[in-house]
Every structure is written in C-alpha cells, then in structure tokens.
Write a protein that binds this ligand. Structure first.
Ligand code: ADP
Ligand code: GLC
Length: 489
C-alpha cells in the first residue's frame, strides 16, 4: 500500500508543536510495517537543507503567485531506527524561503499570503495523488494533516474521476486556516464551493472545512477528542459538520518515539535511568534545580511545564494557583514561549519567588528533555487537548502528569483515586473544572502523595510501564486505510 502524508512540519527539521513529532514518527513506523509511506513538505529553508539527496521530480511552473515551483524527492535524515523515509519537497522560494516560524513573521503576525502558501501544499498533494506529477509513484491513500494541507481534499473533490482515498487528521480544531472570502478566487476552485456546505465559514473561507467536508475519513489524535469535536463546547463552530460525518470520524492515539524519548538512552539528560534503577532521576532533578537557579532541595516537589504559552494550555490557571502551590512547599519550573502576557507573568513570578519559581523562555528541544527527566510532576492543565504528547513523555520519564480531564489527557492518564491506587493502575493526577481552585486541589493531592515515597514510586513505575507505542497507532491507521480504500472502490 502506498500512502502520502502531506504536512507542514516534521521533526527534527521544522517543529512548532506535537504535529512535527507525529510526522517524524508515523511515516517511519508505517514503513517498518511494510507500507510504502512518503511525505510531502513545503520547501521551508530547514526542509530544503535537511532533506537529503534530492532529485528533481518535475517542474511545475508558476502557481499561486510563485513564478517557479518545482518538486523534488529526497530522504529524511536517518533516524536511529534506520527506516529511511522518502520526502517530496515543494521548492517555491517566493512563498517558502522565509526565516523563522513556518506560519508567522518575526513580529508574530501571520504571513499575509498564507492562503496561497498552504493552498500550494494542498494543490501539489492532490496532483501527486492524481498521478500527475511523478510518473514513478502514485499513492493509494493521501493522508493530510491539519488545515495546512487540507485543501488537497477540495482539489481532489473537484475531480470525481480521480478516486484517491483521502484521510484527514485533525491535530487541533482551533487552528482552522480562515481567510477573507475576497481571496477565494486565488484558490482556483469553483465559486460554488464557497457555500456553507463547502468552504464558507461566517464570511470567510476555511481550509479546515476542506478536510472535514471532503476527506473520505476524518481522524483525530484521541478517541475522546473525536467525540468532543462533535460538541459545541469543543467544536470551534464546526461541531455540526463533524457530527454530520458520523462514523467517518474516529480517534487514534498518538504514540511516543522511544528512540528520542527514553531516559535510559537520552543523551541530553544529566544522568540516564530506567524503571529498574531510578537513582539517576534524582541526579537529573538536582541538575535541573541548579541550572534554573532553584533551591537545590530533593524534598521540594518540582512541578514543571513544557508548553506553547497559549490560552489552550490553561497556564493562566497555573499562575492563579501558584500561591497555593508555593504554600504547599513545592517549586515550579516553566519552559515555554508564546503569548507575551503569559511570558511576562511567568517572568514576574520568577522575580517574586526567587529560588522557588523559574522560567526558561524560548524553544529548546534539548532543555525539554532535561525538564522531563528533572521534574517530579508535569502540568498539562489544558482547556482542550486533542492528544497531548508532553504527558506521554512525562510518563516515560517517571514524571507524574497532572492533567485536566479533557481530550487525549483523559485517554492517557489514569487518575490517582483510592480505587486506582489500590488496584495499582494510577499513573497521575487529574482535575475537572478549568478553575484555579480545582487545579490547586489536584496540586495539593500531588504534594501530599509525594511525601509518601512508597506510594509515589508505585505510581511512577506504573506510569513508566505504559507503552503508548507508535506501532499500535500504525496498526490502527493501516486498518483505517484498508477500510477506507475498500469503501471508496
Ligand atoms: P501542542 O502540539 O499542542 O503544542 P503537544 O503536547 O502535542 O502539544 O506537543 C508539544 C511538543 O512541543 C512536545 O514535543 C514538547 O516537548 C514540545 N515543546 C513545547 N514547548 C516547547 C519549548 N518551549 N521548547 C521545546 N519543546 C517544546
Ligand atoms: C496538536 C494538539 C496536541 C497534539 C498534537 C499532535 O498540536 O494540540 O494535543 O498532541 O497536535 O497530534
């Protein structure tokens, strides 16, 4: 089976969040499972530089305002598991040769031509899938990720004779790719598609709707988020459409790439450790406390955050619950970047509580590993969370997740209660209402549990024993591809 994944990010070349981790891992495990999986990526500078041994596939010519567009095929840098994944790169310097973030300029505003930049990604995906760009390879399934690649489904829908099976995965329904209706003519699609049953969305047009409305199957990254997307609370205005797709919508949990996130082989951390010998974990905590200027104190439970600083992630709740956390004798370490207000507030909290609160602004992959290893608790108090990867990494590192009971967080963490502790199934802490008081209660429970070393270690070991393997996810995707192919034939 041949599967083409179209996406805007891939670890380690371009990453703003978990999307990149998924694209760095899933095609590889699919290849390992015998699927001929390839990637299609926009030619951002890091992609052009990082995809190896590129050969020209074809010249496309002018498209979406870019004078010279061409398609190249190379391979992703070798992973430790050795599965070489091939990747198509769209070379369109006029649209993609820009420094920094793939979506925004240095001052944080969206690139004004994002509609054209990502329509090109969808357009190339559709035409590759229609067998028009590469004489040597044509996918059976086109798997597009998030709004960035979603327009592929609209372009294919315009060509009913092209029977490519499409799967659209929603990694985050809140980022929809909404653009001014007046720019719709730039998309090269018939105006009849600019209807509420098509791409129209309250006076704008929506890339996300292209995926939701026209893909053969829609998936998201956890079963709970698949259900939540069909509700007004989490549907971001698209719950009606999601609901209408009925059983075409399903959830497949993300996994953990054990070659990258594994405390027994992690080269970034102060001391390697494993479930059978946890002594290195304390060394990692001490090293982290020193690095961050926190008081070096093994008895103070160290709570951590590794996150984009946006309202989705509920970090305002952490700020509001901070006095009670500190009163309980805990420490807080934050690594993140994003909204200026949150950055400023965490910096102020650090200044006000020297030695007990520390913040590291900016994006630093290696430091994230030190946070996972050195903290005792990883906070993920999200307002919504399609899957969430940080709690999965935390579990691997024996760092107990404290999460809100939404989305993938519910599907991956077992809350410590009298019952689950007694049955030895508990892996973390959980709270319900998105309020500082509810978060503070769960933090207090974690602090009290931390004081009981035997109980704490029981939960740590249960957490470290969870697998969340990409192999399981790959099996589910293969089953879904087969089923979608069959019903589309
Ligand atoms: P999302 O994709 O919504 O941001 P996930 O939990 O799925 O959330 O994935 C977040 C990914 O980004 C994880 O790999 C996490 O380690 C990483 N990450 C988030 N913030 C930072 C940061 N400031 N520095 C390094 N890595 C970060
Ligand atoms: C999104 C979601 C996150 C998910 C990630 C990878 O960024 O916010 O929950 O884990 O995509 O699927």
């Amino acid at each position: 089976m041949k599967v083409l994944h179209a996406a805007a990010e891939v670890f380690p070349l371009v990453k703003t969040g978990g999307l990149a981790d998924v694209l760095g891992a899933l095609p590889q495990v699919l290849v390992k499972a015998g699927v001929d999986a390839r990637l299609l990526l926009p030619g951002f500078p890091a992609i052009k530089k990082g995809v190896l041994q590129q050969k020209l596939v074809c010249n496309i010519g002018a498209a979406f305002g870019a004078g010279k567009v061409s398609l190249w095929l190379g391979s992703l840098p070798n992973s430790e598991s050795g599965n070489n994944v091939q990747a198509y790169v769209i070379d369109a310097p006029y649209l993609y040769d820009r420094v920094g973030n793939p979506y925004q300029s240095a001052n944080g505003s969206e690139w004004p031509d994002n509609a054209q930049r990502f329509a090109l990604l969808g357009w190339v995906a559709a035409h590759l899938a229609a067998g028009e760009l590469d004489d040597d390879w044509c996918p059976d399934v086109l798997h597009v990720h998030d709004w960035h690649a979603a327009m592929a489904c609209a372009y294919l829908a315009m060509h009913p004779s092209t029977k490519t099976t499409t799967v659209f995965t929603v990694h985050n329904l809140a980022y929809q790719g909404l653009f001014d209706e007046r720019d719709f003519h730039l998309m090269g699609l018939p105006t009849r598609m600019l209807a509420p049953t098509g791409l129209e969305f309250y006076g704008q047009f929506s890339f996300m709707k292209a995926g939701l409305a026209y893909a053969n199957r829609v998936t998201t990254v956890s079963p709970t988020y698949a259900r939540e997307m069909a509700t007004p609370e989490f549907g971001c205005g698209l719950d009606g459409l999601v609901k209408a797709r009925g059983t075409d919508v399903s959830g497949i949990l993300n996994g953990v790439d054990g070659a990258i996130w594994n405390p027994s082989s992690d080269k970034e951390i102060a001391s390697k450790y494993s479930a059978s010998n946890l002594s290195g974990k304390l060394a990692c905590k001490t090293a982290l406390q020193k690095l961050l200027g926190l008081n070096v104190d093994p008895t103070a439970p160290l709570f951590g955050v590794v996150s984009r600083l946006t309202s989705q992630k509920g970090l305002d709740l952490v700020l509001a619950a901070l006095p009670s956390l500190l009163a309980d004798g805990a420490q807080l370490a934050v690594q993140g970047s994003g909204d200026a207000d949150l950055e400023t507030a965490f910096v102020a909290a650090t200044a006000a509580h020297k030695g007990r609160v520390a913040v590291r602004l900016g994006y630093d992959e290696a430091f994230a590993h030190n946070m996972m290893a050195g903290c005792d608790v990883m906070l993920v108090p999200s307002r919504f969370e399609p899957c969430g990867l940080t709690q999965l990494y935390a579990l691997r590192y024996g760092t107990l997740p404290l999460v809100r009971s939404v989305g993938g967080l519910v599907d991956t963490v077992v809350e410590a209660t009298a019952d689950t502790l007694q049955q030895d199934t508990a892996t973390g802490f959980m709270f319900g209402p998105a309020t500082p008081a509810a978060l503070a209660d769960a933090m207090e429970q974690a602090v009290k549990t931390f004081a009981n070393t035997k109980l704490w270690n029981q939960i740590v070991l249960r957490g470290m024993a969870q697998s969340f393997s990409w192999d399981d996810a790959a099996k589910d995707y293969v089953a879904l591809y087969k089923e979608a192919l069959q019903s589309n034939s």
